[in-house]
Ligand binder design. Structure first.
Ligand code: ADE
Length: 223
């Protein structure tokens, strides 16, 4: 998969893409990630990419020209263009699975007060990572890339995401433990040491349900 990220702040991605699983996925050729500064496409003599809003208001608004020209230059027939904005649809694991099947993603990160509305005309979807406002789309872009990359074939052991929270099973993850058996007086539940696989499966199912009821009762609402 190829992922092009349009951003005014490409350096923000350094740490996240240069460590751990994402780095390995890039090195192994599972994913190609290009950071593109759309300021480079500005036709303004001072490389401006924003301007004041029509109708008045605070802050600056990203202009159409640099983003339109940048997308035109890199768009392939297969590309899906994603605009990151707090007013997009809320990002969920299901969308990560859908996007992981694509060949080419173009992710546009906003900054400042917002975008010229006409930028939406060249986008296939608008995504928000949650009901809070960030300083820009860079952190949301990292969230998308991370959640999608780990689902690409060969990146991590597939079994480990079949059991993820938010899959079709709609329950949150059950608790896990490792050695030692007792840490600061806290013991690993006896059932996990029993070797009885049926009992362990039942314990995990019950714990998943308990945690989901406690932390995310909304996930159970439609079930
Ligand atoms: N830009 C600013 N806040 C955002 C959010 N919550 N999701 C996506 N893009 C954003």
């Amino acid at each position: 998969m190829k992922i092009d990220i349009l951003t005014l702040f490409p350096n923000m991605f350094d740490g996240v893409f240069n460590e751990s699983i994402i780095k390995r996925a890039i090195d192994n050729g599972n994913v190609e990630i290009n950071l593109i500064n759309f300021r480079d496409y500005s036709l303004d003599p001072h490389n401006k990419v924003d301007d004041t809003p029509y109708g008045g208001g605070v802050g600056m608004v990203l202009t159409c020209q640099p983003i339109f020209d940048c997308v035109k230059a890199i768009r392939s027939n297969d590309a899906k263009v994603i605009l990151l904005t707090p007013s997009g649809i809320t990002y969920k694991q299901k969308k990560a699975y859908e996007l992981a099947k694509e060949k080419h993603l173009i992710i546009i990160c906003g900054h400042y007060e917002g975008f010229d509305e006409r930028i939406k005309s060249i986008c296939d979807m608008e995504i928000s990572i949650g009901d809070y406002v960030l300083t820009g789309g860079e952190v949301p872009a990292m969230v998308l890339v991370d959640s999608i990359t780990r689902l690409l074939p060969g990146v991590i052991n597939e079994e480990s995401h079949l059991e993820d929270s938010f899959n079709d099973n709609y329950l949150l993850d059950y608790p896990t433990y490792t050695k030692p058996r007792v840490f600061e007086g806290m013991e690993v539940p006896e059932v996990l040491i029993s070797g009885d696989h049926k009992k362990i499966a039942q314990y995990r199912q019950e714990e998943s349900l308990r945690i989901t009821k406690e932390n995310r009762p909304d996930l159970l609402d439609n079930k």
